[in-house]
Design a protein around this ligand. Structure first.
Ligand SMILES: Nc1ncnc2c1ncn2[C@@H]1O[C@H](COP(=O)(O)OP(=O)(O)OP(=O)(O)O)[C@@H](O)[C@H]1O
Ligand SMILES: [Mg+2]
Length: 513
């Protein structure tokens, strides 16, 4: 063996896991271009990068969902081939996807042992229960193992996912944007869990867009841009601003130019709205508010307090059990979705982009034209004008900086953040009277968040009445004229930013105040 390869071997032995010059292409696109990453035992390694930088692709290679074109994976000093997730699990590598993969009607115990190889015909739950309880206790999880998973709050479902991996004895955990669905409180508990995992020698690979989080919980950070690694460094040597700059190649100001709002008449009036959620339980209790032209009303609240149902009721996707919705004093309470969209000119950025916002198997161009495909210039005399559709889609994609290969690509192939940008591009392009934006910044990188915030402010300047729903108080405070808090289906009266503080709003969000 040569000295050089000896040195390489030593280098590899130093790490729990080495991703060595991984290249993964999709057609002409290099999603990962010679990407290397070195993760140590008992550490948290953050992976940071713009939307579409290649983070999920890299983790999918590690988890055996994609085969790399080039490069290798070295685990405990030995090269391994990971051809599918089953092999990854056997090697001690587990992944929690951004959209959880739990089966809702099964309990935590049943979900955990799903996929376990069964010996014989009977599957006893006694042994698994004992081990799960021990594991759950030692990490302070406090999960009710016998509840069907859909009844558990999101933070707890996430712990079930993690518990499932621990039950399978993984020692490398891949977490793809784990905190984007958590409340501030749950995020804190999640950090505690991470620290405990680390203390027991686990290696955690953490994808996140939240720079503060990287600074708080990670030991090392790899920054990616355009499929390549820009840097791999100890977090102690980084700052938030430096990371942002490395990530997007320019300074991010983290603030938005406030425009003076010119308030007009009440455009949207919601009166005494009541509605139930998908489980048939009350979700909105007598909700009333008004928004004027050129005004942004922020609705702050922890996920699951009725904000989804509120947005869906206003745009007509959910029926209401009581109340009224007026646009310019005209009653729209029982008008179809399409009429609300075209006649009342209500734009809607839905929170669940995959379920409500996009047709994943259709092309980007088709998705951009959803809902206006039957109008000129896209259709003439009953014929779709395909070239025009393509052309318009290309313009929008450029303006909104949606990163993709070709507007003829299926939307499924876009990165999570770029799918979100696509919806925003589609919804904001028309001449809107009202914009309902539900979590428009979810899953976006810092540069894209800044862009979306500015776009919302531009809408206000054009006289649109904006309802901006978010769990991120910081984002709301940056652009809103007024803020209301929603908690368990109740909405507080609107407060102007002068008369309230972020502490007060935070308290209201958790039901206090
Ligand atoms: N199955 C696929 N087919 C074609 N292109 C793909 C596929 N999966 C990913 N890509 C492309 O690879 C690039 C990297 O995507 P990836 O999902 O890894 O980004 P990401 O860093 O996770 O972004 P985000 O922060 O938005 O989730 C993107 O341009 C994406 O469109
Ligand atoms: Mg991703």
């Amino acid at each position: 063996m040569s000295i050089a390869s000896n040195g390489l071997l030593e280098n590899r032995m130093k790490y729990k896991l080495v991703l060595d010059h991984i290249t993964k292409t999709f057609g002409a696109l290099k999603a990962n271009d010679e990407v290397s990453l070195h993760a140590r035992k008992g550490s948290v390694h953050a992976i940071l990068g713009e939307n579409g930088a290649g983070k999920s692709t890299l983790m999918n290679v590690l988890y055996g969902l994609y085969r790399p074109d080039k490069g290798c994976i070295v685990l405990n000093g030995r090269e391994v081939r990971i051809e599918n997730p089953g092999i990854a699990l056997d090697l001690g590598i587990g992944m929690v996807h951004q959209n959880f993969m739990l089966v809702g009607r099964f309990t935590a115990i049943e979900n955990t042992i799903l996929g376990t190889k069964i010996k014989g015909i009977h599957l006893s739950l006694r042994e698994p229960r004992k081990r799960l309880l021990e594991l759950s206790d030692s990490f302070g999880f406090e999960i009710d193992l016998d509840q069907p998973v859909w009844k558990l709050p999101v933070g707890m479902q996430q712990r079930v996912e993690i518990l499932k991996l621990l039950y399978h004895n993984v020692d490398i955990l891949i977490l793809d944007e784990p905190t984007s669905v958590l409340t501030p409180n749950e995020t804190q508990q999640f950090f505690d869990v991470i620290l405990k995992l680390k203390a027991t020698g686990k290696t955690i690979l953490l994808i996140t867009h939240k720079l503060g989080e990287v600074m708080t919980v990670s030991d090392y950070v790899t920054v990616m841009r355009d499929g390549r690694v820009i840097t791999e460094m100890a977090t102690s040597e980084a700052t938030t601003q430096a990371l942002a700059r490395l990530m997007i190649g320019r300074d991010v100001l983290f603030d938005v130019t406030p425009e003076q709002a010119t308030h007009g008449e009440n455009v949207l009036e919601v009166k005494g709205l009541c509605a139930v959620n998908d489980r048939g339980l009350p979700a909105l209790d007598n909700v009333s508010f008004e928004v004027k032209a050129g005004e942004i009303l922020g609705i702050a609240g922890v996920d699951g307090n009725g904000q989804t149902e509120l947005a869906e009721t206003i745009v007509g996707l959910r029926s209401l059990s009581a109340g009224k919705i007026l646009v310019d004093q005209v009653d729209y309470t029982h008008v179809s979705v399409s009429e609300r969209r075209h006649r009342a000119r209500i734009g809607y950025v839905p929170e669940d982009r995959q379920r409500r916002g996009l047709a994943l198997d259709h092309t980007v161009a088709q998705n951009m034209m959803l809902s206006s495909y039957n109008k000129p210039p896209f259709a003439r005399r009953g014929m779709l004008h395909l070239k025009e559709i393509r052309h318009q889609a290309e313009i929008l994609v450029r303006r909104y900086d949606v990163r993709l290969h070709d507007v003829g690509q299926p939307v499924r192939e876009l990165s999570g953040g770029n799918q979100q940008k696509l919806i925003i591009a589609r919804e904001l392009r028309e001449n809107l009277k009202i914009l309902i934006a539900a979590q428009p910044t979810k899953g976006l990188d810092v540069g894209a968040i800044e862009f979306v915030q500015n776009t919302i402010v531009e809408q206000r300047a054009k006289g649109t009445a904006v309802v901006y729903i978010s769990t991120e108080l910081e984002h709301l405070l940056a652009v809103c004229d007024y803020i209301s808090v929603i908690f368990r289906g109740h909405l507080t009266p609107k407060m102007s930013l002068g008369e309230t503080t972020s502490e007060k709003i935070g308290l209201l969000m958790s039901g206090g105040g």
